[in-house]
Design a protein around this ligand. Structure first.
Ligand code: NAD
Length: 254
């Protein structure tokens, strides 16, 4: 098993990519700290891990709230004693060209997608520095590299996460901490279903537009990203440091 005896904390693991990753990491031997704002779905992920014979604990936390994140880290350390892998996956969308965005929506997307990466790192990195070991995966997006209509604030936050990843890698390489970023293309999850409903009167038409962007002609599945996260979390990727990893069906460079 590729993550035997490791403890992984995954934010936003009540749904979509985070959930799929939590289940896969557990199958590969990791003890998983399932973190989500949504209580019911977070508990469900942890329960499924236990059903499949793994170990998991659910901690409800809002990744934009410093007190909640500090508490989450203390609870996770209290439960499993260590954190080896941090996957900053929680994120939200935000649709509109700049002139259409309310300040409130701008702040919300920036808060969840950027501060929601900063805070878990702030409270977990000192623990990894002490252990002289750790792996951090930050969720960026292929959209960080391409311009798409009415996605300005979302794309800006994902570009920022990519830059943050590179800077963090330089700061923490001396402590044997690796920091890499995932850049998925469009993956069919509740997040994308919501985006399609918000942006198209006919979601099927929206799906077809997205399909045309993919060289393979289809959207990705949460498992596609979970497999990439597993590689980044494991020692198999030990020579990857500060790298963007594309899982995008060719939409970035196609
Ligand atoms: P999803 O909506 O299925 O899951 C996101 C989870 O994050 C939800 O369970 C939600 O409750 C949780 N969450 C939201 N705000 C939170 C907060 N403040 N604190 C704690 N948890 C919070 O979405 P997904 O498609 O699985 O996306 C996961 C990540 O992947 C996001 O960062 C997203 O931007 C990124 N991403 C998704 C796609 C895609 O096409 N689905 C593509 C590129 C990147």
């Amino acid at each position: 098993m590729r993550l035997q005896n490791k403890v992984a904390l995954i934010t936003g693991s009540g749904s979509g990519i985070g959930k799929s990753t939590a289940l896969l990491f557990a199958k590969e031997g990791a003890k998983v700290v399932v973190v989500d704002l949504a209580e019911e779905s977070g508990k469900q992920t942890a329960a499924e891990i236990v059903q499949q014979g793994g170990e998991a604990v659910f901690i409800q936390a809002d990744v934009t709230n410093a007190e909640a994140v500090e508490r989450m880290v203390n609870q996770a350390l209290g439960h499993f004693g260590r954190i080896d892998i941090l996957f900053n996956n929680a994120g939200i969308s935000g649709v509109g060209a700049i002139h259409e965005l309310t300040e409130e929506l701008w702040d919300r997307v920036v808060n969840v997608n950027m501060k929601g990466v900063f805070l878990p790192c702030k409270y977990i990195v000192p623990h990894m520095m002490e252990n002289k070991s750790g792996t951090i995966i930050n969720m960026s997006s292929a959209i960080a590299e391409i311009g798409l209509m009415r996605r300005a604030v979302y794309a800006a936050t994902k570009g920022a996460v990519l830059t943050l990843t590179k800077c963090m890698q330089v700061d923490y390489a001396p402590y044997n901490i690796r920091v890499n970023a995932l850049l998925p293309g469009t993956i069919l999850t509740p997040f994308v279903e919501k985006y399609l409903k918000e942006s198209y009167s006919d979601p099927e038409e929206g799906l077809n537009t997205i399909r045309k962007r993919q060289l393979g002609g289809e959207l990705g599945r949460p498992e596609d990203v979970a497999n990439a996260a597993l590689f980044l979390a494991s020692d198999e990727s030990k020579f990857m440091m500060g790298s963007p990893m594309y899982i995008d069906g060719g939409c970035t460079f196609g």
